[in-house]
Unconditional design. Structure first.
Length: 546
């Protein structure tokens, strides 16, 4: 019997959990409650297409291994991702998760790197621990799903677990596919910014000295400095009549139009960052022979819950976007969520007045009218509320928010107080945000430390919820856009970049907007909050506005 027939014989239908794991020899094992079988890639693809189960996997590693065999699963339940959602901790190796699900305190589970066993026996200390294969992945997923269902009557936690899991499939695909980059364009940009590719250490030193000289030519006579030393740079600036407490870029910005030295220094810093982090060594390591820029992706960075990537994919300087060019016959659909955090605040707090403001394309305009201030001040007030700023212009504007939007402010204040008291928080989607130590530890801290933790808590519940909404949107786009031959190639904070055949780009752009509407209905059913995205079709990433 083939895999499809076997699953049907075991009464597996669409959305039903099925365990899957890669065995040590590379074979794929599939499990249901009553047994397990081996499967080849073709059988998996057929079962995924014809039945669409939710595959229970231990981690993203399974998806990565299957992609190398030509298998891309539609959906999954990623045990590691859900463990992080539930526990607020990063560790999620199979032995650890299995132990935690069976009542072993987290601090008593040895690390795999400690040399101690990673498998445990719960009935008899003399027995060997369980083999953590597909059957155990299935059991772990079922235990996690039961824990989520028991903790909430809203259902959003289970929905979050599903989207967080499927994001791990997307992360594996992003790592495998890479970001299209034009090699000639990026080589040209690097040559323009940091100089020609060095032929050896002497060339590299000469280019470095040339970049430094473009700054030091503006120094007072007889004054020299190592531009990589903040102390020496501050002394250099003082000698030129620029007296600053530190040399942070934002502090120097106000002097750049008055001082050629400061202007040159700020430009030098941009070139130096590209040279040291995004230079030729980075290019040789990260850009494949197929002109795709690759890094490792994770679906969650911790408490904030945002996707992250290595190889500079999440911090690439804007100037280098000029080299991110769609392949011949393709375009990018670029979509960026607009004013996402204040809109999320309106949704998760249930503040009807703030929700009404989201009907506008620019919600800061109705907020400004409500507060009786101009738009820039309204924006400052909103940011101050979410980040806990209580002094200066932001603090003054933020205080007006209390009378205009008391429900939203109450939601933030509750998170702030709980965080200060050392009480753990949960995002709207159910992610645990650990505030460590409990009330006793919090009481022993300084007032400043508690205040800082309170500000962190009030922002984390909004950032975390925004990340959950974004990822649910991303996996919806992933599923709906696949028939168009479109694939997501970058997830950057609140921005999606989709690579699509040129003849289907307009259809894909419309679909991305429709997916946001669909996601909002699932994420906040019946809610009055309007979410928007700036969507454009471009050949080069740098051509997208915003």
């Amino acid at each position: 019997m083939d895999l499809v027939g076997w699953l049907r014989a075991n009464q597996v239908s669409q959305g039903g959990l099925v365990g899957i794991a890669i065995e040590p020899g590379g074979a794929v094992a599939v499990a249901v409650p009553d047994g397990a079988v081996a499967a080849d890639p073709g059988q998996l693809l057929a079962a995924d297409r014809e039945i669409r189960p939710r595959w229970a996997v231990w981690s993203q590693e399974t998806a990565g291994a299957l992609i190398r065999d030509g298998v891309r699963l539609t959906t999954c339940w990623d045990v590691a991702a859900v463990q992080r959602l539930l526990s607020g901790r990063w560790r999620a190796d199979p032995g650890y998760v299995w132990a935690c699900l069976h009542g072993v305190p987290a601090d008593q589970v040895p690390s795999p790197s400690s040399g101690e066993p990673d498998l445990f026996s719960f009935a008899d200390e003399q027995q060997a621990g369980p083999t953590l294969g597909p059957a155990e992945a299935l059991q772990a997923a079922e235990l996690q799903r039961a824990a989520l269902a028991a903790d909430s009557d809203r259902g959003i936690e289970v929905a979050t677990a599903r989207s967080e899991s499927t994001v791990e499939l997307l992360a594996a695909e992003l790592a495998a596919d890479g970001l299209p980059m034009n090699r000639a364009a990026i080589e040209g940009l690097l040559a323009e910014i940091v100089g020609p590719r060095p032929r050896g250490p002497a060339d590299a030193a000469e280019a470095r000295a040339a970049r430094d000289e473009r700054v030091l030519r503006h120094a007072p006579a007889g004054v020299i400095a190592d531009l990589r030393s903040p102390v020496q740079v501050r002394t250099l600036l003082a000698a030129a009549g620029v007296d600053v407490k530190d040399t942070r870029a934002w502090r120097l910005e106000e002097f750049k139009d008055k001082s050629p030295l400061v202007a040159a220094l700020l430009e030098w810093r941009k070139a130096e960052r590209i040279s040291t982090t995004y230079g030729y060594a980075w290019l040789d390591e990260a850009l494949g022979p197929d002109d795709r820029l690759r890094g490792n992706w994770t679906g969650c960075d911790g408490a904030a819950g945002r996707m992250t990537a290595s190889s500079g994919l999440h911090n690439m300087p804007a100037v280098l976007r000029r080299a991110v060019i769609a392949e011949p016959g393709h375009l990018f659909v670029r979509a960026d969520l607009g004013q996402i955090e204040p809109r999320v605040l309106a949704a998760v707090s249930g503040d009807a007045a703030l929700a009404a403001a989201t009907a506008a394309d620019d919600m800061y305009l109705p907020v400004a009218a409500q507060l009786g201030v101009d738009r820039p001040t309204a924006k400052v007030a909103m940011i101050a509320a979410m980040y806990g700023q209580t002094t200066g212009h932001g603090g003054t504007a933020g205080r007006r928010m209390r009378s205009a939007y008391p429900v939203a402010m109450g939601y933030l204040d509750t998170a702030d107080r709980s965080a200060q008291a050392g009480t753990d928080l949960r995002t709207y989607g159910g992610r645990l945000i650990r505030m460590s130590g409990g009330a006793g530890a919090a009481a022993a801290e300084s007032a400043g430390a508690r205040t800082g933790r309170g500000r962190y808590g009030r922002n984390a519940v909004i950032q975390g919820a925004a990340a959950e909404l974004f990822k649910m949107w991303a996996v919806t786009v992933r599923a709906r856009a696949a028939p168009l031959g479109a694939r997501i190639v970058l997830c950057l904070h609140d921005e999606l970049l989709v690579h699509v055949p040129e003849e289907r780009a307009a259809q894909a752009a419309e679909l991305v907007g429709d997916c946001l509407t669909e996601t909002a209905r699932r994420w906040a059913p019946g809610g009055p909050v309007r979410f928007i995205a700036d969507i454009s079709t471009v050949r080069c990433w740098a051509d997208a506005k915003g």
